[in-house]
Design a protein. Structure first.
Length: 292
């Protein structure tokens, strides 16, 4: 019992420690406001927003605004970084625009989905535990900080950056990723809205190419952001390139693919059509469907 209670505290401590380490690395040689590094302030804001949101979340035992709070955090932190650093160069404006477009689509999409479903069952076991719920909100602060690290490092860089080959290649990669994520989400939402598909799994459209095409798109678009940011990073701020690696590990090892694969196996495991779908369709990286 004691070990179970210790997990949330340990998780919270690890998340804050990693966030502080990234704040230190990303702040080296970067813009400051009032003598305080803008990068560090951004990380602090990312965590602070989650801790404030935790209070009503715990009091009302609700997770409905968890995802939308995450999106608001991304927008707020990125806008603060640009304005505080006076980073109005082309590279910074491009990075800001891409984050705004991504968050502006995904946040409302996830909010509508959970509103329709009534709850997020990932929170069922933790809503009544203050330490566990606080850790979950804290982890979202770390998620935003590490995911935005490359973009924040570029925006707070001392030298303004114009658009170069990295910007155009990164934009192309981002567009591919964003397109995959948006189309996959739309296809799944439309599939679920059809009463004839109740209790069935989706295996059409992009979902015939990958069991998680939306997650592949998410990883790809943040890789695009890192490519755009790369020329503006140097020294310790190169640590910001952990962004797409972190997104990949989070999705494939922690909260994305493993949880959904487990739920799918519990629901459809053993059914011939589902087992064939698993056999013939890659988990993440899309490929054309195999015939026969």
């Amino acid at each position: 019992m004691e070990s179970k209670r210790a997990v949330p505290f340990a998780g919270t401590l690890v998340a804050v420690t990693l966030g502080a380490a990234m704040a230190w690395a990303g702040s080296q040689g970067g813009a400051t406001v009032g003598g305080i590094p803008v990068f560090a302030l951004c990380v602090g804001i990312a965590f602070a927003v989650q801790w404030i949101a935790f209070v009503p979340s715990y009091l009302f035992r609700t997770e409905r605004f968890y995802d939308i709070t995450g999106s608001v955090t991304y927008v707020s932190v990125m806008a603060f970084a640009v304005l505080s650093s006076r980073a109005f160069d082309a590279r910074s404006m491009l990075l800001l625009a891409l984050v705004l477009v991504w968050a502006g689509r995904l946040g409302p999409f996830l909010f509508r989905r959970i509103k329709k479903a009534g709850k997020d069952d990932r929170f069922d076991a933790i809503k009544g535990s203050a330490p566990a719920l606080f850790m979950t909100w804290t982890l979202q602060g770390l998620w935003a900080s590490l995911t935005l690290a490359a973009a924040l490092g570029a925006v707070t860089a001392p030298k303004p950056g114009g658009l170069d080959v990295f910007a155009f290649v990164g934009l192309a990669v981002w567009l591919v990723g964003f397109g995959l994520e948006a189309v996959a989400d739309h296809q799944k939402s439309r599939f679920r809205s059809d009463a004839a598909n109740r209790g069935r799994f989706i295996a059409t459209g992009l979902w015939a190419w990958s069991r998680h095409p939306n997650y592949f798109g998410e990883i790809t678009l943040w890789l695009g952001v890192a490519i755009i940011a790369f020329p503006a990073l140097e020294g310790w701020r190169l640590a910001g390139l952990v962004s797409p690696v972190f997104v990949y590990l989070l999705i494939t090892r922690v909260s994305g693919v493993p949880l959904l694969e487990k739920k799918a196996d519990e629901r459809w495991g053993g059914q011939p059509d589902y087992e064939e779908y698993k056999r013939s369709t890659p988990v993440l990286v899309p490929r054309p469907p195999r015939k026969g």
